[in-house]
Design a binder for this molecule. Sequence first.
Ligand SMILES: [Zn+2]
Length: 290
Amino acid sequence: MKYRDAAEQGNAAAQRAFGWCCEFGKGVTLSFDDAVKWYRKSAEQGNVLAQISLGNLYREGKGVPLDYRRCVAWYRKASAQGHADAQCNLGWCYGTGNGVLKNTSTALKWYEQSARQGHATARDNIHALQAAFAHELQTSAIPFNDERFSIAPDGTIELNSRKCCIYIRNQRRDVDLQKRTTKYRYHLCNCRTIQEMVADGRKDRYVATARDDSLFEVDVNDHPTRNRLVELNMQLCQNCRELLRQRGMYQEPFSLKDFYAKHQSSIPEMFLKKRQEAVTRAYPPDGECV
Ligand SMILES: [Zn+2]
């Protein structure tokens, strides 16, 4: 039986196949409108390839107005069925913030599921995401209550496998705005101070950054109703210094730049400029279109 006949009789695989014939103009006049129509019938019956193809058309605005949210919805259904292309593209939606709130860890989760199935683009996207993340960590402060934090075997604190400084964002006392200094300290290790803070449930006072110029973004509360953002110089905590010294990771005068250069796992240059990409693949059926 030809796809069109079977499609008209409600067969999901044939509807998907006939949608493909319409999308690529094989045996019928090329029509994205018809492709959308048949993919949708099939996708609603749970056909995974139709779900991905329909998601792609929404992503590209072909046959439908471009709509990332609908695209996400179809990728999500196809991802739940375990298709690597869908998982890669759902990761892309999260990684770039298209159709869904940008979320690096959710993006990574989907990319990893896809990459485990051998998906090359998903693997490249993981590198691109890590590079973008490393940049974000270098230029801004990220809340310490993120689930991606871990303690490295050398005792340092890492966020998504990047070493970083932990410090208190909201400061008030002991801040000298003239000299741009503060008596607050930053931490590199899971030292006694940090352990106590975590145990006391005061983790949310802390943020992380991998800036290496020893300047830290701080909200200074020097007015009853107003915080202001300033950049202050900070020193390394004594407990952290001692721990680093014991591990041979401390050198006088201490410089974050040197510390990261020596101990931060670097991201190969080749990945730095790479952007995350979504894939569009055609899934040609082997039968006849009409
Ligand atoms: Zn410390």
